[in-house]
Design a protein around this ligand. Structure first.
Ligand code: FES
Length: 106
């Protein structure tokens, strides 16, 4: 069957430091990406879950921005610890991390 059980996109867009919009890369999204990617692999989910780099996801002010499908859940993931929680709770166990939802902070 084509597709994945979960597909995770992490914004790694980078803008010039003078750009007033800022960007997820300046806010640490590369580290968030690595935590999710390594964590999914270590959890034995390599065949079921794909962690992909993404360009701007248009929530720049809430970054680092992460979106998980098929649920279409949008997260603000500011720290490595938050990324570990999203990995374990949502990616592994299928339970949304309510406190990190972009809708909560937007
Ligand atoms: S720069 Fe990450 S959402 Fe726009």
């Amino acid at each position: 069957m084509a597709g994945f059980k979960r597909h995770v996109f992490v914004c790694l867009n980078e803008r010039d430091p003078s750009d007033p919009r800022g960007c997820c890369k300046q806010r640490g999204s590369e580290e968030i990406f690595e935590v999710l990617k390594d964590g999914a692999k270590k959890a034995g989910l390599k065949a079921e879950v794909r962690i992909n780099r993404a360009g701007c996801l248009d929530h720049c002010e809430h970054g680092p921005t992460v979106v998980i499908y098929p649920e279409a859940v949008w997260y603000h993931v500011p720290t490595v610890e938050d990324a570990q929680e999203v990995l374990q709770s949502h990616v592994v166990d299928g339970k949304v991390v309510e406190r990190l939802l972009i809708d909560r902070i937007a």
